[in-house]
Every structure is written in structure tokens, then in C-alpha cells.
Design a protein around this ligand. Sequence first.
Ligand code: HEM
Length: 404
Amino acid sequence: TAHQAAAQPEPVTLPLTRAAGCPFDPPAELAELREQQPLRPMRYPDGHVGWLATGHAVTRAIAADPRFSSRYELLRLPLPGGPSGPLPPAQIGDLTGIDAPEHTRYRRLLAGKFTVRRMRLLTERVEQITADHLDAMERQGPVVDLVQAFAHPVPALMICELLGVPQSDRAGFQEHAAMLSSPDAGLEAQMAALTALTECVGELVPAKRAHPTDDLLSDLTTSELTDEELAGIGGFLLAAGLDTTANMLGLGTFALLSHPEQAAALRADPGLADQAVEELLRYLSIAHTGIRAALEDVELDGQLIKAGDTVTVSVSAANRDPLKFPDPDTLDLQRKATGHLAFGHGAHQCLGQQLARVEMRVAFPALFRRFPTLRLAVPPEDVPLRDAMNIHGVYQLPVTWDKE
Ligand code: HEM
């Protein structure tokens, strides 16, 4: 019947090309697929036929369902032309690639350390670090690369604050961190930078054990975690919290500069910041794709997902679902974007989201108030976009302003 035919569409491959003419919109095909069927078969590079979720409700249901595993060794990357077959297992301390009960144990230990008090201390630090970098920008420009001058160093220093990296180690730390996100560094150089950073954290652990300071890493040394686990977790926090926040600041600024009326609203009313940040998270969905594997047969949306099937969720498509967010392709800072999935959902929902929010709520209004005439220094189509898998964003954002 027509109904059955509709329930078994031809497997597609994952659309990757961004919508023409807009650096913020997900691939146009994703909207078509979501309209046809929010959960549908998809072909993976190794020939496996798994699934693609594009609707908000079904994406949320998958993320909340423990019958879907996050274990890397069960997952295939959906990237056409990319590596095929299951991935290597998670390294020690990498929470995103493991399931309960191992995951629950780490998660509990860590969640207890991201306290209200710690977030308050970090808010004071981000205000200072933001102001320092805006001062430096003012001295250096006009015409600066906002990524290099602001969007990358602020979150990098905030991770140093979180982990308690001593001032004397920060220059080296920042250098490796910059390499981690550099467009010119190949995958190998980036992996080497991550290893170097994890080693830096590893070297800190014994010092924190011997002489605890007021930071998350010192807090964690009082738990049952081994030195190896602590170094792994520290390196992972860095990897999870740096590129993400840096690209939200970079791409978010680009989006605000491209919607001057929205930027003006934020400049006029810094009280709009909290809600503006949620809307930017939704609209940009920089962590655009998630992957899971079914541990058993699961019936969902009238379809049968078989045990072992890989399921890709398109967070960017889900966050533009008109059934959840009316007029979803419009950036509207007045909107209540609650319920967006930009930080994920369920057991693996972002552990650093309060820190990320604090950084963005301080940084965006401060930037736009300090430079009321801030604008792009190049045509928008010349801004180099990160179009790789993982995290969407900008490699550079040349900006200028009128000097008083
Ligand atoms: C997990 C996004 C900032 C630490 C996640 C996940 C997403 C995400 C989508 C879920 C991954 C999954 O389900 O597999 C973001 C975005 C950020 C951000 C968009 C910035 C705007 C941060 C920061 C930190 C952090 C600043 C810490 C310093 C983590 C950790 C996890 C995680 C530890 C793993 C949680 C788990 O698997 O239990 N993040 N993140 N993130 N994030 Fe974030």
C-alpha cells in the first residue's frame, strides 16, 4: 500500500552541503527529509543501512532512550567518503563514548563538582578575561581577527580557570589549544596537540594532589579517580569545552553581524542576553550531528530499528523543526528557544552547559557594547567556514569598527 511504501523510503546518504548563500542554515535537503519522514533509513559509507533522525520529537526520544548506546565501538560515522566501519573505543576519561554503568560513575563524580559556587567564581573570571581581551582588541585594531583575538582565547582561558592551570603554564597551554582548532594544522597535528594538552593536565595532577587549589581538578583529586583517569578527564573537558564555546562565540558574532537589528536589540538591552544565547544555540546548532547504536530492536515512529543499527540524529535539523519552533529559520532573539537540543539531551547532555552559558552571556553583550559599530571587514562570503564533521563554525572572522 501507499502507506507501506512511505514507511520504507530508499536509503539516503547524509546531506552535508550547507544551504547556498547562508552560512547559518543546515543543508537544505535536511528540511525536505524532515518533512517527508522525521526518521528514515540512511546508508553509511560501509554499506550499512541505518537511520537518520531529523525531527525534534524523535531526536529527543532517541537521546533519552537507554536502548541506544553511545559506545564508539558500536558506531559508524555517517560521513560520506569518510572512514567506514565501527570506531575505536573511547579513551579513558572520554564520557561521550561510553554507556552506563561506567558512564554513570564518571558523570556523578563530575556533576558534583560543577557547583553553583564554582560557576559563580567562574562568572567573575569570565568578566575580567572578557574585558582584558576587549581592551587588547581595541589597542590592536581596527581590523582584527575576532577568532584569534577573542572567540578562541576567552574559552581557552576559562578552561584553564576551571582546571586550575597555573599562570606560568598558560602560554604553552594556549599554544597547543590554538593548534587544536587551527585550519592549517592537519588531523595529525591536531591529535598531537590534544595529546600534549592531556599531558599538561597529567603533569598537573600530582601537584594538585599535594597542594590542592580552588579549582575543579583539585576537587576531583579527593575522589576515587586514579591519576590516569584524572588526566583523561581533564584532557576531555578541554576538548569538549574549547572548540564548542569558541565556535559559538565566532559563529554567533557572525550571525549577529549579519542580523544588525538583532545585534541592536541585544546592545540596547543586555537583559536579553540569557534568551539571546539560547536562540543562538538553537539557530546555529554547532554540534550538528549525534550518533547512537541500537542495543536491541526498537520500535519508533512506526518503524523498526534493529539491534546493531547505527542511528544518526541531525541536531541542526531537529532545532529547525517547525513543529517545535514556529518560523524556525528566522533568528529571533525575542523567541523562547527552550527545549532546543544544542547541548544534547538525556544521559549525555552537556556537562559544561552552565559554564558555556556564563561565557556567552557575558561575552556577546560586552563585545557589542564595547564596539557599537562592529562589522565584518570582508564580504560575508569570504569568511572561512568550518564545514568538516564535528563542530560548525568559522576559522576566522575579520572585523572592524569606527575609531572614536
Ligand atoms: C557533551 C555541546 C561546551 C563539557 C556535550 C554534548 C553536546 C555538547 C551536544 C552531547 C554529546 C552527546 O550526546 O554525545 C556543547 C556546546 C558547547 C559546549 C554547543 C558550547 C557552546 C562545553 C563546555 C564543557 C563541556 C564549556 C566543559 C568545560 C562537556 C562534557 C560532555 C559534553 C564533559 C560529555 C557529557 C557526557 O557524555 O556525559 N556537549 N558543549 N561542554 N560537554 Fe559540552
